[in-house]
Design a protein. Structure first.
Length: 260
């Protein structure tokens, strides 16, 4: 066969990047270069961020440990991750102690002390309530991705349900209200708290992770119906000639005379 086969290079999520057979050498090199970026960039960025996090924890914990507990004392090189391991073991120990009778008494005493400090009690109470709500197994906070019309009718925004409205907010409104966190792009840690009637909320059949990817990527990474998140191509624009052909086909199918 004289036809030249298409060349494939690997890409994330197992999708091949097809390089056309009729491209020039410069175009092929550019396509190979972009395919290499698609393969290596996500892994490199992930490893780099993980390395920064591990080093941050190790540096903070190393300053608190005695010299004899440092691996560098016995080895000619450092061991990354020792600080993370120490933090995990420390949290497990604290949880084990708090589950006992003496631990609950100490925790109750410390909370009573913090409750008497004006500035600290507000921060401590808010942080504790947020963590208890988010980490609870039966909590509905950040479990659903929704669409709401914001900032006006006809414009839609992606949000996350954080709970149902209670107390005065629900009493002062006739509709059943839900609390929705509307994140900003590309930083989802900031945003707005909206109280929206439940009938005006459209729930999306996607996971929280896919919703966050959609927000962070500014719509570049769009979840598909099958739950597979991948960049989706934009639809081709409809030209006036295509519109005219479409009207003629519809007119012939309906048995009506064509409009010129």
């Amino acid at each position: 066969m004289s036809a030249q086969k298409n060349r494939h290079t690997g890409s994330p999520r197992g999708r091949p990047v097809i390089i056309g057979p009729h491209l020039s050498w410069g175009a092929r090199l550019r396509a190979y270069f972009l395919a290499g970026i698609l393969v290596t960039a996500p892994l490199s960025i992930t490893l780099y961020l993980a390395w920064l996090f591990i080093n941050f924890i190790d540096n903070r914990v190393a300053s608190l440990l005695p010299e004899r507990f440092h691996p560098e004392t016995y080895l000619p090189f450092g061991v990354p991750g020792i600080g993370v391991l120490v933090v995990v073991l420390f949290l497990i120990l604290i949880g084990w102690m708090a589950a006992g009778y003496m631990g609950r008494m100490m925790l109750r005493s410390s909370e009573n002390i913090l409750a008497r400090i004006p500035a600290v009690r507000t921060i401590y109470g808010a942080v504790k309530q947020i963590l208890e709500t988010v980490l609870a197994k039966q909590s509905s906070a950040f479990r659903e991705v929704v669409l709401i019309e914001y900032p006006r009718r006809g414009i839609w925004a992606v949000g996350f349900i954080t709970g149902t409205s209670q107390a005065q907010i629900q009493e002062l409104t006739d509709d059943s209200m839900v609390n929705i966190f509307l994140p900003t792009t590309p930083n989802p840690t900031s945003g707005f708290l909206l109280f929206v009637p439940n009938r005006d909320v459209i729930r999306l059949n996607i996971s929280i992770e896919e919703g966050i990817k959609l927000v962070v990527s500014a719509g570049i990474v769009v979840p598909s119906q099958a739950g597979d998140t991948a960049p989706q191509p934009l639809p081709a624009p409809v030209t006036p000639a295509a519109k005219t052909r479409g009207r003629r086909v519809a007119a012939r199918a309906a048995g009506q005379p064509e409009r010129r």
